[in-house]
Design a protein around this ligand. Sequence first.
Ligand SMILES: [Zn+2]
Ligand SMILES: [Zn+2]
Length: 387
Amino acid sequence: MDAKTAARERFESAREDLIALSHRIHAHPELGFEEERASAWLCESLADAGFAVEKGICDLPTAFLARAGSGPLHIGICAEYDCLPGIGHACGHNIIAASAAGAALAAAKVADEIGLTVTVIGTPAEEVGNASGKILLLERGAFAGIHAAMMVHPAPFDMVAAKIIAASMFEVHYTGKESHASAFPELGVNAADALTVAQTSIGLLRQHIRSTDRIHGIVTNGGAAPNVVPAHTSARYIIRSETLDQLTELRPKVHRCFQAGALATGATLELRGGDKPYAEMRHDAEMAAFYQRNSEALGRTFPPMGEWETRPTGSTDMGNVSRAVPSIHPMIGINSLPAVNHQPEFTAHCVTEDADRALADGALAMAWTAIDLATNEAARSRLMARA
Ligand SMILES: [Zn+2]
Ligand SMILES: [Zn+2]
Protein backbone atom coordinates (compact mmCIF):
# COMPACT_ATOMS: atom_id res chain seq x y z
CA MET A 1 0.00 0.00 0.00
CA ASP A 2 1.42 3.42 -0.87
CA ALA A 3 1.93 6.07 1.80
CA LYS A 4 -1.02 8.24 0.78
CA THR A 5 -3.44 5.31 0.83
CA ALA A 6 -2.15 4.21 4.24
CA ALA A 7 -2.52 7.75 5.57
CA ARG A 8 -6.05 7.90 4.21
CA GLU A 9 -7.01 4.63 5.88
CA ARG A 10 -5.64 5.90 9.18
CA PHE A 11 -7.62 9.11 8.82
CA GLU A 12 -10.81 7.23 7.97
CA SER A 13 -10.52 5.14 11.14
CA ALA A 14 -10.50 8.37 13.18
CA ARG A 15 -12.92 10.43 11.06
CA GLU A 16 -15.98 10.12 13.32
CA ASP A 17 -13.97 10.95 16.47
CA LEU A 18 -12.44 14.00 14.79
CA ILE A 19 -15.84 15.28 13.68
CA ALA A 20 -17.09 14.80 17.24
CA LEU A 21 -14.05 16.72 18.52
CA SER A 22 -14.75 19.58 16.10
CA HIS A 23 -18.38 19.74 17.23
CA ARG A 24 -17.41 19.57 20.90
CA ILE A 25 -14.99 22.50 20.57
CA HIS A 26 -17.67 24.41 18.64
CA ALA A 27 -20.23 23.78 21.40
CA HIS A 28 -17.84 25.08 24.11
CA PRO A 29 -16.29 28.24 22.65
CA GLU A 30 -13.34 29.67 24.59
CA LEU A 31 -11.60 33.01 24.11
CA GLY A 32 -7.89 33.41 23.32
CA PHE A 33 -5.51 32.15 26.02
CA GLU A 34 -8.51 30.64 27.86
CA GLU A 35 -8.89 27.57 25.63
CA GLU A 36 -8.50 25.11 28.50
CA ARG A 37 -11.00 22.51 27.38
CA ALA A 38 -10.18 22.66 23.66
CA SER A 39 -6.45 22.27 24.24
CA ALA A 40 -7.03 19.46 26.78
CA TRP A 41 -9.32 17.58 24.36
CA LEU A 42 -6.79 17.91 21.53
CA CYS A 43 -3.91 16.75 23.75
CA GLU A 44 -5.99 13.80 24.93
CA SER A 45 -6.86 12.62 21.40
CA LEU A 46 -3.27 12.97 20.23
CA ALA A 47 -1.86 11.23 23.31
CA ASP A 48 -4.36 8.38 22.81
CA ALA A 49 -3.07 8.06 19.25
CA GLY A 50 0.48 7.63 20.50
CA PHE A 51 1.81 11.18 20.15
CA ALA A 52 4.32 12.52 22.70
CA VAL A 53 2.42 15.47 24.15
CA GLU A 54 3.81 18.48 26.05
CA LYS A 55 1.12 20.75 27.49
CA GLY A 56 1.50 24.34 28.59
CA ILE A 57 4.70 24.96 26.62
CA CYS A 58 6.52 28.32 26.58
CA ASP A 59 4.64 29.59 29.65
CA LEU A 60 1.36 29.49 27.73
CA PRO A 61 -1.04 27.17 29.60
CA THR A 62 -3.21 26.47 26.52
CA ALA A 63 -0.35 25.90 24.05
CA PHE A 64 1.03 22.43 23.36
CA LEU A 65 3.26 20.28 21.18
CA ALA A 66 2.30 16.76 20.09
CA ARG A 67 4.97 14.86 18.18
CA ALA A 68 5.07 11.56 16.30
CA GLY A 69 7.65 9.89 14.08
CA SER A 70 11.40 10.28 14.19
CA GLY A 71 12.43 11.11 10.63
CA PRO A 72 14.82 13.96 9.82
CA LEU A 73 12.26 16.10 7.95
CA HIS A 74 10.13 17.86 10.57
CA ILE A 75 6.73 19.24 9.56
CA GLY A 76 4.63 21.37 11.90
CA ILE A 77 0.84 21.52 11.68
CA CYS A 78 -0.71 24.47 13.49
CA ALA A 79 -3.95 24.03 15.42
CA GLU A 80 -5.99 27.10 16.42
CA TYR A 81 -8.95 26.77 18.78
CA ASP A 82 -9.95 30.19 20.12
CA CYS A 83 -13.35 31.79 19.48
CA LEU A 84 -14.64 35.35 19.12
CA PRO A 85 -16.36 37.30 21.91
CA GLY A 86 -20.14 36.94 21.76
CA ILE A 87 -20.40 34.97 18.50
CA GLY A 88 -18.55 31.75 19.35
CA HIS A 89 -16.70 29.88 16.61
CA ALA A 90 -17.54 32.40 13.92
CA CYS A 91 -14.09 31.84 12.38
CA GLY A 92 -14.38 28.05 12.46
CA HIS A 93 -11.28 27.38 14.52
CA ASN A 94 -12.96 24.15 15.65
CA ILE A 95 -12.39 22.92 12.07
CA ILE A 96 -8.76 24.10 12.13
CA ALA A 97 -8.12 22.22 15.36
CA ALA A 98 -9.70 18.94 14.27
CA SER A 99 -8.16 19.03 10.77
CA ALA A 100 -4.71 19.62 12.27
CA ALA A 101 -5.14 16.61 14.55
CA GLY A 102 -6.46 14.54 11.61
CA ALA A 103 -3.57 15.53 9.33
CA ALA A 104 -1.05 14.62 12.00
CA LEU A 105 -2.69 11.23 12.75
CA ALA A 106 -2.73 10.36 9.07
CA ALA A 107 0.86 11.48 8.41
CA ALA A 108 2.11 9.81 11.59
CA LYS A 109 0.95 6.44 10.24
CA VAL A 110 3.69 6.54 7.57
CA ALA A 111 6.14 9.00 9.18
CA ASP A 112 8.95 6.60 9.97
CA GLU A 113 8.90 4.84 6.62
CA ILE A 114 9.21 8.15 4.71
CA GLY A 115 11.66 9.87 7.06
CA LEU A 116 9.23 12.31 8.64
CA THR A 117 8.54 13.77 12.08
CA VAL A 118 5.17 15.45 12.44
CA THR A 119 4.29 17.84 15.25
CA VAL A 120 0.96 19.48 16.00
CA ILE A 121 1.67 22.90 17.44
CA GLY A 122 -1.27 24.02 19.57
CA THR A 123 -1.33 27.77 19.02
CA PRO A 124 -3.71 29.75 21.26
CA ALA A 125 -5.31 33.13 20.76
CA GLU A 126 -5.17 33.77 17.01
CA GLU A 127 -7.97 36.34 17.20
CA VAL A 128 -6.37 38.74 19.70
CA GLY A 129 -4.51 40.85 17.13
CA ASN A 130 -1.29 41.51 19.06
CA ALA A 131 1.23 39.34 20.91
CA SER A 132 -0.83 36.28 19.97
CA GLY A 133 -0.07 32.60 20.44
CA LYS A 134 2.12 31.96 17.39
CA ILE A 135 4.06 35.20 17.90
CA LEU A 136 4.92 34.30 21.51
CA LEU A 137 5.61 30.66 20.57
CA LEU A 138 7.97 31.79 17.80
CA GLU A 139 9.80 34.12 20.20
CA ARG A 140 10.07 31.36 22.78
CA GLY A 141 11.43 28.69 20.45
CA ALA A 142 8.44 26.38 19.90
CA PHE A 143 9.09 26.32 16.13
CA ALA A 144 12.80 25.52 16.47
CA GLY A 145 13.83 22.58 14.27
CA ILE A 146 10.65 22.68 12.19
CA HIS A 147 11.34 22.73 8.43
CA ALA A 148 7.86 23.70 7.19
CA ALA A 149 4.50 24.57 8.70
CA MET A 150 0.91 24.42 7.52
CA MET A 151 -2.72 24.74 8.55
CA VAL A 152 -6.06 25.16 6.81
CA HIS A 153 -8.58 27.89 7.64
CA PRO A 154 -12.33 27.73 6.95
CA ALA A 155 -13.79 30.30 4.57
CA PRO A 156 -16.87 30.51 2.33
CA PHE A 157 -14.85 29.00 -0.58
CA ASP A 158 -11.44 27.44 -1.26
CA MET A 159 -8.44 29.71 -1.89
CA VAL A 160 -4.97 28.24 -1.82
CA ALA A 161 -3.09 31.52 -1.34
CA ALA A 162 -5.42 34.30 -0.22
CA LYS A 163 -3.97 37.77 0.19
CA ILE A 164 -3.38 37.89 3.95
CA ILE A 165 -2.18 41.26 5.17
CA ALA A 166 -0.26 42.63 8.17
CA ALA A 167 -2.18 43.86 11.22
CA SER A 168 -1.69 45.47 14.59
CA MET A 169 -4.17 45.80 17.47
CA PHE A 170 -3.75 48.41 20.18
CA GLU A 171 -5.77 49.98 22.98
CA VAL A 172 -6.50 53.68 23.33
CA HIS A 173 -7.07 55.23 26.75
CA TYR A 174 -8.03 58.88 27.38
CA THR A 175 -8.11 60.43 30.83
CA GLY A 176 -9.91 63.73 31.43
CA LYS A 177 -11.76 65.05 34.48
CA GLU A 178 -15.29 64.41 35.76
CA SER A 179 -17.65 67.25 36.39
CA HIS A 180 -21.39 67.95 36.57
CA ALA A 181 -22.25 68.06 32.87
CA SER A 182 -24.80 70.87 33.33
CA ALA A 183 -23.95 72.81 36.51
CA PHE A 184 -20.13 72.92 36.19
CA PRO A 185 -19.26 71.83 32.62
CA GLU A 186 -16.37 74.33 32.43
CA LEU A 187 -14.54 72.32 35.13
CA GLY A 188 -14.64 69.05 33.18
CA VAL A 189 -12.22 67.60 30.64
CA ASN A 190 -14.21 65.42 28.27
CA ALA A 191 -12.47 62.14 27.41
CA ALA A 192 -15.39 61.11 25.16
CA ASP A 193 -14.90 64.22 23.04
CA ALA A 194 -11.26 63.21 22.64
CA LEU A 195 -12.40 59.92 21.12
CA THR A 196 -14.88 61.75 18.86
CA VAL A 197 -12.15 64.05 17.53
CA ALA A 198 -9.90 61.04 16.94
CA GLN A 199 -12.63 59.18 15.03
CA THR A 200 -13.36 62.28 12.92
CA SER A 201 -9.64 62.62 12.13
CA ILE A 202 -9.43 58.96 11.14
CA GLY A 203 -12.42 59.50 8.84
CA LEU A 204 -10.57 62.34 7.09
CA LEU A 205 -7.33 60.32 7.01
CA ARG A 206 -9.03 57.69 4.87
CA GLN A 207 -8.56 59.93 1.80
CA HIS A 208 -4.79 59.75 2.25
CA ILE A 209 -4.05 56.08 2.84
CA ARG A 210 -3.59 53.13 0.49
CA SER A 211 -6.75 51.41 -0.73
CA THR A 212 -5.39 48.21 0.84
CA ASP A 213 -4.98 49.79 4.30
CA ARG A 214 -7.62 49.12 6.92
CA ILE A 215 -8.45 51.06 10.10
CA HIS A 216 -11.25 49.73 12.30
CA GLY A 217 -12.11 49.76 15.95
CA ILE A 218 -14.63 49.76 18.76
CA VAL A 219 -15.26 51.96 21.78
CA THR A 220 -14.81 49.80 24.87
CA ASN A 221 -15.70 52.53 27.38
CA GLY A 222 -17.61 55.63 26.29
CA GLY A 223 -18.35 57.08 29.73
CA ALA A 224 -20.59 56.19 32.66
CA ALA A 225 -23.53 58.63 32.68
CA PRO A 226 -24.82 61.45 30.47
CA ASN A 227 -24.81 63.89 33.38
CA VAL A 228 -21.16 63.20 34.28
CA VAL A 229 -18.44 64.55 31.99
CA PRO A 230 -16.59 61.34 31.02
CA ALA A 231 -13.14 61.26 32.62
CA HIS A 232 -12.17 57.87 31.21
CA THR A 233 -12.80 56.47 27.76
CA SER A 234 -11.15 53.69 25.87
CA ALA A 235 -11.17 52.01 22.49
CA ARG A 236 -9.55 49.10 20.74
CA TYR A 237 -8.34 49.60 17.19
CA ILE A 238 -6.79 47.42 14.49
CA ILE A 239 -4.75 48.86 11.65
CA ARG A 240 -3.76 46.77 8.65
CA SER A 241 -1.59 47.14 5.56
CA GLU A 242 -0.37 44.85 2.79
CA THR A 243 3.00 44.47 4.52
CA LEU A 244 4.63 45.15 7.88
CA ASP A 245 6.68 47.87 6.12
CA GLN A 246 3.53 49.65 4.95
CA LEU A 247 2.02 49.20 8.39
CA THR A 248 5.00 51.06 9.81
CA GLU A 249 4.05 54.00 7.57
CA LEU A 250 0.38 53.86 8.51
CA ARG A 251 0.85 53.59 12.28
CA PRO A 252 2.10 57.15 13.04
CA LYS A 253 -0.66 58.66 10.89
CA VAL A 254 -3.31 56.89 12.95
CA HIS A 255 -1.54 57.67 16.21
CA ARG A 256 -1.59 61.37 15.28
CA CYS A 257 -5.40 61.18 14.99
CA PHE A 258 -5.57 59.96 18.59
CA GLN A 259 -3.12 62.66 19.65
CA ALA A 260 -5.43 65.20 17.99
CA GLY A 261 -8.20 64.13 20.35
CA ALA A 262 -5.99 64.73 23.37
CA LEU A 263 -4.76 68.08 22.06
CA ALA A 264 -8.25 69.38 21.30
CA THR A 265 -9.74 68.46 24.67
CA GLY A 266 -6.85 68.55 27.12
CA ALA A 267 -7.33 64.89 27.99
CA THR A 268 -4.24 62.73 28.27
CA LEU A 269 -3.69 59.84 25.87
CA GLU A 270 -2.17 56.46 26.48
CA LEU A 271 -1.70 53.87 23.73
CA ARG A 272 -1.12 50.28 24.82
CA GLY A 273 -0.07 47.27 22.74
CA GLY A 274 0.53 47.17 19.00
CA ASP A 275 4.10 46.11 19.76
CA LYS A 276 3.88 42.58 18.33
CA PRO A 277 1.96 42.88 15.04
CA TYR A 278 0.84 40.15 12.64
CA ALA A 279 2.97 39.88 9.49
CA GLU A 280 1.65 39.43 5.98
CA MET A 281 1.52 35.80 4.81
CA ARG A 282 4.26 34.54 2.48
CA HIS A 283 2.78 31.44 0.87
CA ASP A 284 5.42 28.87 -0.07
CA ALA A 285 4.73 28.27 -3.79
CA GLU A 286 5.87 24.64 -3.90
CA MET A 287 3.94 23.64 -0.78
CA ALA A 288 0.88 25.48 -2.08
CA ALA A 289 1.08 23.60 -5.39
CA PHE A 290 1.28 20.23 -3.61
CA TYR A 291 -1.66 21.21 -1.39
CA GLN A 292 -3.78 22.29 -4.35
CA ARG A 293 -3.09 19.06 -6.28
CA ASN A 294 -3.93 16.97 -3.22
CA SER A 295 -7.15 18.92 -2.62
CA GLU A 296 -8.16 18.52 -6.25
CA ALA A 297 -7.52 14.78 -5.96
CA LEU A 298 -10.08 14.84 -3.13
CA GLY A 299 -12.59 16.56 -5.42
CA ARG A 300 -12.16 20.16 -4.33
CA THR A 301 -11.96 22.94 -6.89
CA PHE A 302 -10.08 26.22 -7.03
CA PRO A 303 -11.94 28.55 -9.38
CA PRO A 304 -10.10 31.64 -10.71
CA MET A 305 -9.72 34.04 -7.80
CA GLY A 306 -10.87 37.17 -9.64
CA GLU A 307 -10.82 40.18 -7.34
CA TRP A 308 -9.43 38.03 -4.51
CA GLU A 309 -6.05 37.99 -6.29
CA THR A 310 -5.49 41.52 -5.06
CA ARG A 311 -8.20 42.18 -2.51
CA PRO A 312 -7.01 41.87 1.10
CA THR A 313 -8.67 39.24 3.25
CA GLY A 314 -7.83 39.13 6.95
CA SER A 315 -4.64 38.77 8.91
CA THR A 316 -3.17 35.92 10.90
CA ASP A 317 -0.16 35.23 13.07
CA MET A 318 0.56 32.38 10.63
CA GLY A 319 2.09 35.28 8.65
CA ASN A 320 4.77 35.53 11.34
CA VAL A 321 5.36 31.78 11.10
CA SER A 322 5.69 32.11 7.31
CA ARG A 323 8.61 34.53 7.77
CA ALA A 324 10.41 31.98 9.93
CA VAL A 325 9.74 28.75 8.00
CA PRO A 326 8.19 27.89 4.61
CA SER A 327 4.43 27.80 5.26
CA ILE A 328 0.99 27.61 3.73
CA HIS A 329 -2.38 28.79 5.05
CA PRO A 330 -5.00 27.70 2.48
CA MET A 331 -8.61 28.75 3.00
CA ILE A 332 -10.90 25.72 2.89
CA GLY A 333 -14.46 26.26 1.71
CA ILE A 334 -17.45 25.33 3.86
CA ASN A 335 -20.01 26.49 1.27
CA SER A 336 -21.43 29.11 3.64
CA LEU A 337 -22.30 32.03 1.36
CA PRO A 338 -23.88 34.46 1.94
CA ALA A 339 -22.52 33.86 5.45
CA VAL A 340 -18.88 34.93 5.87
CA ASN A 341 -16.33 34.69 8.67
CA HIS A 342 -17.06 36.62 11.89
CA GLN A 343 -20.84 36.41 11.51
CA PRO A 344 -23.08 34.31 13.77
CA GLU A 345 -24.46 32.73 10.58
CA PHE A 346 -20.93 31.49 9.83
CA THR A 347 -20.75 30.05 13.36
CA ALA A 348 -23.80 27.96 12.50
CA HIS A 349 -22.15 26.76 9.27
CA CYS A 350 -19.04 25.47 11.08
CA VAL A 351 -20.76 22.23 12.15
CA THR A 352 -22.63 21.42 8.93
CA GLU A 353 -21.90 18.49 6.63
CA ASP A 354 -19.90 20.83 4.40
CA ALA A 355 -17.85 21.90 7.42
CA ASP A 356 -17.19 18.28 8.40
CA ARG A 357 -16.15 17.50 4.82
CA ALA A 358 -13.77 20.50 4.90
CA LEU A 359 -12.28 19.12 8.10
CA ALA A 360 -11.68 15.74 6.43
CA ASP A 361 -10.41 17.12 3.11
CA GLY A 362 -8.18 19.66 4.85
CA ALA A 363 -6.69 16.98 7.09
CA LEU A 364 -5.99 14.62 4.19
CA ALA A 365 -4.70 17.32 1.85
CA MET A 366 -2.26 18.42 4.56
CA ALA A 367 -1.19 14.85 5.38
CA TRP A 368 -0.61 14.14 1.67
CA THR A 369 1.30 17.42 1.32
CA ALA A 370 3.55 16.35 4.19
CA ILE A 371 4.06 13.03 2.38
CA ASP A 372 4.90 14.87 -0.87
CA LEU A 373 7.42 17.07 0.96
CA ALA A 374 9.04 14.00 2.50
CA THR A 375 9.15 11.88 -0.65
CA ASN A 376 9.89 14.48 -3.33
CA GLU A 377 13.69 14.64 -3.31
CA ALA A 378 13.93 18.27 -4.48
CA ALA A 379 11.33 19.53 -2.00
CA ARG A 380 12.85 17.58 0.83
CA SER A 381 16.40 18.84 0.22
CA ARG A 382 15.21 22.43 -0.18
CA LEU A 383 13.43 22.35 3.19
CA MET A 384 16.19 20.47 5.00
CA ALA A 385 18.88 22.81 3.64
CA ARG A 386 17.30 25.73 5.48
CA ALA A 387 17.66 24.33 9.00
ZN1 LIG B 1 -11.09 35.18 12.57
ZN1 LIG C 1 -9.65 32.58 12.02
